[in-house]
Write a protein that binds this ligand. Structure first.
Ligand code: LLP
Length: 381
């Protein structure tokens, strides 16, 4: 990625930089791969709710997957209509359900029987019928970090398989919910095909079972989870959507008139974003040199929380500069406030700009005010 460094000098660091050309190209590729099939992609707002990003996602015609009243409001503020929005989450409050019903959202992804009862009651009180999909926990291992695996029996998400028939029967008996589909989401940053193939097989099996009981569904929603390449962001800045959607084209047996829905977050926005930070000090320790930058785990928590590594680049250093080995750390009073150890980088000086790459997803949105720091700014160019 070529960074517009001349434009960066007037912006105070740290800030998130979004390359809108890459975002648009990514969205165009998603649309190209889904154009000739009844596939509908909902952007998972949890990855990044920046208003500039949401505006571009909306222009591209994607729908929205939200998981809170706040995300619902962010989507509506960005101009999405209720009919484009699916609402997931294990702990939707009454107020959030009311907001969803009032906005006439496309669908609630229901995660438990008590939640379905509350949706039914609130819809009845408003004289409405709420569309729902049942989120199934398919007990599939996504082979990803344990904090972002969601589809195993031990996880809190969805309805476990042995309970599915009971919940389907309950939905059919309720007057103010309309069961339109099944929903799955097995985890995030999935870099192998196999979990998605297993998901297709499971969806086929459950559809067959439900059909045998006379239940017809208009949608299947397979969630999100497509991973990206953190180690080489410029190698394939646009994820392999052709291959990803191809798995579902090949393996998932859709019924005539049925739509297949997706909820992609990371693969849509991760690579277009970088956290830009300035070097405050270069400090020589006993056996190490430290680059101390002005961004910390409050701005980008993924390394501290998931042991994630975002590629680190010195974007001020001239090409071909000699290199040195550094630990790159933030200013926060925790040892986990570290972006990289033994990083080989061009010789770095106070004042240089550093880019932490692939930070467009789960970066800005997970920022906190820890240490009473300011939220990072953002710029979309
Ligand atoms: N649908 C549901 C129901 C989800 O829970 C998620 C993500 C998605 C869709 C979008 O998944 P994606 O396409 O982005 O993988 N903060 C973590 C990731 C947490 C993902 C939570 N759920 C991280 O920084 O890696």
């Amino acid at each position: 990625m070529i960074f517009p460094i001349d434009k960066f000098s007037s912006i105070s660091t740290p800030f998130y930089y979004y390359d809108t050309r890459l975002l648009r190209a990514t969205l165009a590729e998603i649309n190209r791969c889904t154009a000739s099939v009844p596939f509908k992609v909902h952007y998972a707002v949890k990855a990044n709710a920046n208003a500039d990003i949401l505006a571009i996602v909306r222009e591209a015609g994607l729908g929205i997957d939200c998981v809170s009243g706040g995300e619902l409001a962010a989507a509506l503020d960005a101009g999405f209509t209720g009919s484009q929005i699916a609402f997931a989450g294990v702990g939707k409050t009454d107020a959030e359900i009311e907001a969803g019903i009032e906005s006439d959202i496309f669908c609630f992804n229901v995660e438990s029987l008590p939640e379905m009862e509350v949706i039914n009651a609130i819809a009845a009180a408003k004289g409405k019928v709420a569309r729902i999909a049942i989120r199934v926990n398919p007990n599939i291992d996504a082979h990803t970090h344990k904090y972002i695996t969601t589809g195993l029996n031990e996880n809190k998400f969805g309805i476990n398989l042995p309970q599915l028939n009971e919940v389907v029967d309950a939905a059919l008996a309720m007057k103010n919910v309309e069961l339109i589909g099944l929903h799955f989401h097995i985890g995030s940053q999935i870099t192998e095909n196999e979990p998605f193939v297993m998901l297709c097989d499971k969806a086929n099996e459950l559809q067959d079972q439900l059909e045998a009981r006379g239940v017809k569904l208009s949608i299947i929603n397979v969630g999100g989870g497509l991973g990206i390449d953190y180690s080489n962001p410029d190698g394939a800045p646009i994820a392999n959507f052709e291959q990803y959607f191809g798995i579902f084209k090949q393996h998932l047996r859709l019924r005539p008139g049925q739509e297949l829905h997706f909820e992609l977050g990371r693969a849509v926005v991760a690579q277009c974003g970088s956290l830009i930070t300035r070097v405050t000090y270069v400090k020589t320790g006993i056996a190490k040199k430290f680059i101390i930058v002005d961004a910390g785990m409050s701005d980008l928590i993924r390394p501290a929380l998931y042991q994630a590594h975002h590629k680190i680049e010195n974007i001020s250093a001239p090409a071909g500069a000699p290199t040195d080995t550094y630990d790159v750390v933030g200013p926060i009073c925790e040892s986990s406030d570290c972006f990289g150890t033994n990083e080989v980088l061009p010789t770095t000086r106070r004042g240089d700009l550093i880019a932490l790459r692939s930070a467009g997803a789960y970066g800005e949105i997970m920022a906190s005010r820890y240490n009473c720091r300011k939220f990072p700014a953002s710029v979309a160019l």
